[in-house]
Design a binder for this molecule. Structure first.
Ligand code: Z5A
Length: 206
């Protein structure tokens, strides 16, 4: 049976590093799996991603940012996520709507009810079966990410923005313990992977 699994966390906590590990675990247990990401995952979504992350002289409004995230998501669900789930596949997605609650709700301090309305409109009943939040202090994630590339439009925000993002993620985990878990991503990679494996085993996924 198909499952929709998402990976979340502030920048640099290891979503990309752990995505391949989860895919391997799923495939080792005979599951067909697609890996995708947000914003992105379709040609339109990748174009919107570029608009969302590139630096521009004109400041993007918070509402425009929110709506572009959901425009990309609508396309992604219609063209990629729902068809794969309908085919019985596992969908492993690097970020999804919990990122909107964390970044646009927590970081930008937008009214959460706007996000909930868009979530219901764009997704209907679709929610991830499991969301793994890789949690680490902001300084840890930023230090890891900083070694790798120059900050994009969202990454250039200050630490207090990312503290709000992190806290919003932790709130989501407290609100939905049935489908959202956290792992301590400040530990060495092997220990992070051991926690992820445990979560997947506890839920009968691998
Ligand atoms: N965004 C939004 O605002 N609203 C939304 O609804 C959505 C997204 C969907 C793009 O995300 C931006 O979009 C993002 C949120 C926003 N902006 N920010 N900030 P993205 O996922 O593409 O970009 P990102 O969050 O910046 O991801 P990232 O920087 O690629 O980080 P990561 O994938 O979590 O980390 P990584 O690349 O796997 O690891 C970073 C480095 O740390 C790398 O050198 C690893 O080898 C190293 N690493 C990883 N794990 C460890 C451990 N455990 N120990 C030591 N070193 C480690």
């Amino acid at each position: 049976m198909s499952k929709f699994i998402t990976l979340e966390g502030i920048e640099g906590v290891g979503k990309t590093s752990n995505r391949d590990y989860i895919r391997e675990l799923l495939e080792q247990t005979g599951k067909q799996c697609i890996v995708t990401r947000e914003p992105g995952g379709t040609p339109l979504g990748e174009s919107l991603r570029e608009l969302l992350l590139q630096h521009s002289n004109e400041k993007m409004s918070n509402d425009a940012e929110l709506l572009l995230m959901f425009a990309a998501r609508a396309e992604h669900i219609n063209k990629v996520i729902q068809p794969a789930l309908n085919d019985g596949k596992y969908v492993l997605c690097d970020r999804f709507t919990e990122a909107t609650y964390a970044y646009q709700g927590g970081g930008r301090q937008l009214d959460v009810s706007k996000i909930t309305d868009l979530e219901n409109y764009v997704q209907g009943a679709l929610r991830p079966d499991l969301t793994i939040i890789l949690d680490a202090p902001v300084e840890v994630g930023r230090e890891r990410a900083g070694k790798r590339s120059t900050p994009d439009r969202i990454e250039q925000e200050k630490n207090d923005f990312f503290d709000r993002v992190r806290n919003a993620y932790l709130d989501l985990a407290r609100q939905h313990p049935d489908r959202i878990c956290t792992v301590d991503a400040s530990l060495p990679l092997e220990q992070v992977q051991a926690q992820i494996k445990q979560q997947l085993e506890d839920r009968g996924i691998v």
